[in-house]
Design a protein around this ligand. Structure first.
Ligand code: AMP
Ligand code: MG
Length: 546
C-alpha cells in the first residue's frame, strides 16, 4: 500500500538551512550603499517593504517543492512574505556578488542588483531550495538602477519558468507573482519615453542561483582563496559525487557544468526558445535556464531571430547562435577556474569534446523531432539539414510544423512517380502542416517540389525503421510541444493584468501544464501568431529594460 500523503507544512514550519551565507565569506558592511564589494561572496540586505501587495498568481507545483499546500499559498501571510514585507525566522536575506561578460565584454562587478535571496529551505525529501525575490529593492550591487521590477517582465518570468519546467527543460522555478501597489518608472526602449508601470515581485526557486559570473569575479580580481572556497562549497553542496576538493575534482566539476549546459541548450533548440541575453552572469552553474528577460519563442523558423532589440545589430544571442555562445561562455568559466587547476590542457580537452558533443546531441535531438528511432550518421545529417533549409524558404511556424508533420501519412510518399493517391490534391489539403505557413500566397516557385522530394526521402528513411504511423506520431508528440508560451500570449496576459484582469495568467499556467497534450478545447492557443502581433512591442520586440 502506498504511504499516506503527509500533510503539508505551514509557512512557519519551513525548515531553513542557509549553507551559502554560513559557509562562504560575507560582506562586513550591512549598508545598502552601492559599491564594489571585494573578497566576499554576498552582502546581507533586507527586502524593501511595499505598500499594497497583491498576489496575482502562484504555482502549486513550485509550492509543493517546499511542501506548501494550497491554503498556505492563499493565506495573507504568503503574500506578505513573498512581496518582501515579512521575513520568517530562519531566513538570512542576502544579495550575491558576481560579475560577467555582457555581449562579449567583461563588465566587472554586477551582482544581484534587484534579487534578494531569502534563504534555503530543506524539504521533506531532503532537497535544498533557495528562495529568491526578484524586484525586492536595492542592494549594494544595484549600480545606477532602482532594484525594482515591473509587472510585464515579472509576469513573463513567472509563466515562462513554469512552462519550461513542464516542457521538461531545466530551469529556475517561480513560486509567486505579487504586485506591489507601487509604480515604477521605465523607459522600455531606452528612447526617452518613460512610462509609470506597476511594480511586481516574483519569488524564484532553485537549488542554487550561482552563475558562471560568481566564479569569474573572484578569478578576475585575483581573489584565489575566495574562488577556492566557492568551488569547494559548490562541489560539496551540489556535486558531492565528484569527491573532495582537488584540481581533479574542479576539472570534473567543469566537465559536468559543460555537460549540463549543453543539455539545456539542446532543449532550447528543440522547443524554439531564445533566451535573449546569454551573458555569463545569466548562465547557471547547475545548467538551469535562468533570468528570463527579453526571451522569446520562435514563430517563423529563423535561426537569426532574436526578440531582444538591444541585440538587434550583432544578433549575438539569436536562436541559431545559442550553442556557440554557450561554448564561448563555458570557455570563460574555464578561464575563471584555471587558477584552481593550474593546467590548461584538461580544460581545453573538455571544451573540444563539448564542441563535438554539442553537434552530436543536436543531430540526435533533430532526429527525435522527426520521429526517428535511431540516428543514422550516414543519412540523417543531410535529411535534417534539408528540412531546416526548407523551413526558411517561407515563413513557417516551427511549433505547428513539427506537430502537424506527425499527422502526415507517409505511405503515399513511398510510391514512385507523381500519380500517388493524394498527389493531385492542393497543398492545403495534402499537407496537414499547411496551417504553419504565415504567407502561403508568397511561397516561392519550386518550394512544393523541394518539399515533395524531402518528404519522399523522409518517408523512405522512416520505412527502414519499421515504426508505424501511430508509434511515430506518439514519439514525435513527446518531443514536439503543441503549446508554448507564444510571445503574443504572454503579452495578452500582461495587457489583461495591467488592466486589472489577471485571469489569463491562471489560464495560461493551466494550459502550459500539459504542453505535449492535445487539449482540443484550447486549440485557439495553438495557432499562429496573429498579424497584429507581428511588430507589436512585447510580442516581437523586447529590451533588457524590465
Ligand atoms: P540582467 O540584464 O537582468 O541579467 O541584469 C544585469 C545586471 O543588472 C544584474 O546585475 C542585475 O541584478 C542588474 N539589474 C537589472 N535590472 C536592475 C534593476 N532594475 N535594479 C538594479 N539592478 C538591476
Ligand atoms: Mg541577469
Amino acid at each position: 500500500m502506498a504511504a499516506p500523503l503527509k500533510p503539508s507544512v505551514t509557512l512557519d514550519e519551513l525548515s531553513f538551512d542557509n549553507s551559502y551565507t554560513r559557509e562562504l565569506p560575507g560582506d562586513p558592511l550591512s549598508s545598502n550603499r552601492r559599491r564594489q564589494v571585494s573578497q566576499v561572496c554576498y552582502s546581507r540586505v533586507r527586502p524593501r517593504a511595499v505598500t499594497a501587495p497583491c498576489l496575482l498568481a502562484y504555482s502549486a507545483e513550485a509550492a509543493s517543492l517546499l511542501d506548501l499546500g494550497l491554503e498556505s499559498c492563499r493565506s495573507p501571510r504568503f503574500t506578505e512574505i513573498f512581496s518582501g514585507n515579512l521575513l520568517l525566522p530562519g531566513m538570512d536575506p542576502h544579495a550575491m556578488c558576481y560579475g560577467g561578460h555582457q555581449f562579449g565584454q567583461w563588465a566587472g562587478q554586477l551582482g544581484d542588483g534587484r534579487a534578494i535571496n531569502l534563504g534555503e529551505v530543506i524539504n521533506r525529501q531532503g532537497e535544498r531550495w533557495a528562495l529568491q525575490l526578484k524586484g525586492a529593492g536595492a542592494t549594494p550591487y544595484s549600480r545606477t538602477a532602482d532594484g525594482l521590477a515591473v509587472l510585464r517582465s515579472s509576469l513573463r518570468e513567472f509563466l515562462c519558468s513554469e512552462a519550461m519546467y513542464q516542457l521538461g527543460i531545466p530551469t529556475t522555478r517561480a513560486l509567486s507573482l505579487v504586485t506591489t501597489g507601487e509604480l515604477v518608472d521605465r523607459d522600455m526602449f531606452y528612447d526617452g519615453n518613460i512610462r509609470e508601470e506597476p511594480g511586481a515581485v516574483v519569488c524564484r526557486l532553485a537549488p542554487s542561483f550561482l552563475r558562471f559570473g560568481n566564479f569569474q569575479i573572484h578569478s578576475v580580481r585575483g581573489e584565489t582563496a575566495v574562488l577556492g572556497s566557492l568551488a569547494d562549497y559548490t562541489l560539496k553542496t551540489f556535486f558531492p559525487h565528484l569527491g573532495t576538493p582537488s584540481p581533479r575534482a574542479y576539472t570534473e566539476l567543469f566537465k559536468e557544468i559543460c555537460s549540463q549546459t549543453l543539455s539545456m541548450i539542446i532543449h532550447w533548440l528543440r522547443v524554439g526558445f531564445v533566451h535573449g541575453v546569454m551573458n555569463t552572469d545569466n548562465m547557471s552553474i547547475l545548467g538551469l535556464t535562468i533570468d528570463y528577460g527579453p526571451y522569446g519563442w520562435l514563430e517563423g523558423y529563423d535561426p537569426t531571430w532574436t526578440p531582444n532589440t538591444t541585440d538587434r545589430h550583432g544578433r549575438r544571442y539569436c536562436f541559431g547562435n545559442q550553442a556557440r555562445v554557450a561554448l564561448w561562455n563555458l570557455s570563460q568559466l574555464a578561464n575563471a577556474l584555471y587558477p584552481l587547476i593550474g593546467e590548461v590542457d584538461p580544460l581545453q580537452e573538455i571544451l573540444e569534446q563539448s564542441v563535438a558533443r554539442m553537434e552530436q546531441q543536436h543531430l540526435h535531438m533533430q532526429a527525435k523531432k522527426l520521429g526517428l528511432r535511431h540516428f543514422d550518421p550516414k543519412e540523417d545529417p543531410e535529411l535534417i539539414d534539408a528540412l531546416l533549409e526548407l523551413l526558411q524558404l517561407t515563413e513557417t511556424d516551427m511549433t505547428i510544423f513539427y506537430r502537424k508533420l506527425a499527422e502526415l501519412k507517409l505511405e503515399p510518399f513511398l510510391q514512385a512517380g507523381p500519380s500517388s493517391s493524394s498527389a493531385t490534391l492542393p497543398p492545403a489539403e495534402r499537407y496537414p502542416f499547411y496551417p504553419a505557413y504565415y504567407t502561403p500566397e508568397q511561397i516561392p516557385p519550386g518550394y512544393w517540389q523541394q518539399l515533395e522530394l524531402w518528404l519522399r526521402q523522409y518517408a523512405r528513411r522512416l520505412a527502414g525503421e519499421g515504426r508505424n504511423h501511430q508509434e511515430r506520431r506518439a514519439a514525435m508528440n513527446r518531443v514536439n510541444p503543441k503549446y508554448v508560451l507564444r510571445n503574443y500570449l504572454a503579452q495578452l496576459a500582461i495587457d489583461g493584468a495591467e488592466a486589472g484582469d489577471p485571469c489569463l495568467i491562471a489560464e495560461l499556467l493551466q494550459l502550459l501544464r500539459s504542453p505535449y497534450d492535445e487539449q482540443p478545447e484550447q486549440e485557439q492557443y495553438a495557432g499562429k501568431r496573429p498579424e497584429w502581433a507581428r511588430h507589436r512591442p512585447g510580442c516581437s520586440m523586447l529590451s533588457c529594460s524590465s
